[in-house]
Design a protein around this ligand. Structure first.
Ligand code: 6PG
Length: 381
């Protein structure tokens, strides 16, 4: 995917483009500001096959935003109406100064310098953006196993290590489970393990707003496949009450978490291990693209009203999930091939792939992936 950078001036607008491998930025062209600019840029996006647009944000040196930054934000809003690729704004402080410095050493005439300066300034901040994306896009620890069964087996071993570690260190383990199809085999194998079940508390990463015995209930699946077969005290099973009105269920759940973990006001839960899946659309838990829960940075749990899913849901929010000590993903099956390739390519785009909302905790993630799901992943390693 190629990035197009835009350095917005009052008279001239510099454009730069990256290579498809997103490692180098090159000055492209300088356009005249004014009417027709947006349609000209839309044309260049198509002709250059740009998949992402980065607009320079001219912050003041103290980081505050002045009229030029406001104009860049307004331009970005206008541009979204003309192009279908994602757009982001990027701090372009120093890029013009660095462009001057680069041009000073060139043998261009003064006039040529003036003409190219804006495109070079765009290339300078685009290069900085590409470097930053590489830093941000650290990869989780990924274990690729031959079959779904082997994947579940290794995931169970990792889960048990995390549980035992928590109990050794703190005398108790707080874990959270997910729904979907991947965990079923995991539960059936976990039943066979010897764990200090009396010291484990079970929570959920998310739940559908249905009765607890509904076939679509995440609690119901865990209860049937796991909890009914191991000696966990029922007082340590903290399901989300999906039968309540969604907002009430979310409130009741976060109050339960606060009370069980004895959280101070404003303190995030400290789950020891969270079992998560990955939807083919890049969601995890019920952080669903297009819903405001993806940006929710203040609740522990929230209701999710989605047009694409059959049920309203309640989910742990991104900060509640990233506060966990470890995040264990099980990702299997050919339906996950595309998403597994996409989400490891910069930049982070949580509005498109909500799992990116957890990337601040990428160092706490372990992904157990079967060969079927991983087949396209090697292209990005
Ligand atoms: C849910 C899950 C959900 C799931 C993914 C992956 O309630 O549906 O919590 O986030 O983990 O959709 O589902 P699969 O395991 O079925 O692929």
């Amino acid at each position: 995917m190629r990035y197009l950078a835009i350095d917005l001036g009052q008279k001239r607008v510099g454009l730069a483009i990256s290579d498809a491998g997103q490692s180098m930025a090159f000055p492209l062209v300088v356009l005249e500001a004014g009417p027709g600019l947006i349609s000209r840029i839309a044309e260049i996006v198509r002709s250059e096959k740009a998949g992402f647009i980065v607009i320079g944000l001219p912050l003041n040196m103290d980081g505050s935003e002045g009229p030029r930054a406001k104009a860049s934000r307004e331009f970005a809003v206008q541009l979204t109406k003309a192009v279908s690729v994602p757009i982001t704004l990027f701090d372009e402080r120093l890029s013009s100064a660095e462009a001057d410095w680069k041009l000073a050493g060139s043998d261009l005439t003064r006039d040529d310098r003036k003409k190219r300066q804006d495109a070079i300034a765009a290339a300078v901040f685009l290069q900085a953006f590409l470097e930053q994306q590489k830093d941000i896009m650290n990869k989780p620890r990924i274990m690729i196993l031959q079959s779904a069964m082997e994947t579940a087996q290794k995931a169970v071993m990792h889960f048990c290590e995390r549980v035992q570690d928590a109990i050794e260190k703190r005398g108790v383990c707080y874990c959270a489970l997910s729904g979907g199809s991947s965990p079923k085999m995991f539960f059936e194998l976990l039943v066979r393990e010897t764990l200090d079940w009396q010291r484990i508390h079970f929570f959920w990463a998310d739940e559908r707003c249905v009765e607890p015995d509904h076939p679509d209930s995440n609690y119901s699946m865990a209860q049937i496949s796991l909890l009914s077969q191991v000696p966990v005290p029922s007082s340590q099973v903290h399901r989300i009450w999906g039968e309540l009105p969604p907002a009430e269920a979310a409130d009741q759940y976060q109050n339960t978490i606060r009370s069980v973990m004895k959280l101070q006001a404003g303190q995030w839960p400290f789950l020891d291990v969270v079992l998560l899946g990955l939807g083919a659309d890049g969601h995890t838990a019920s952080l669903l693209a297009g819903t405001d829960v993806v940006d929710n940075q203040y609740d522990i749990a929230a209701a999710v009203f989605s047009q694409t899913m059959p049920h309203t849901r309640v989910t742990l929010t991104a900060p509640a999930l990233t506060a966990a000590r470890s995040l264990l993903f099980i990702i299997t099956g050919s339906s996950k091939q595309e998403i597994l390739r996409e989400i490891l390519i910069p930049p982070l785009r949580p509005w498109q792939y909500p799992v990116h909302a957890l990337w601040s905790a990428v160092d706490k993630m372990t992904w157990f992936v079967d060969a079927q799901a991983a087949v396209l992943m090697h292209s990005v390693h």
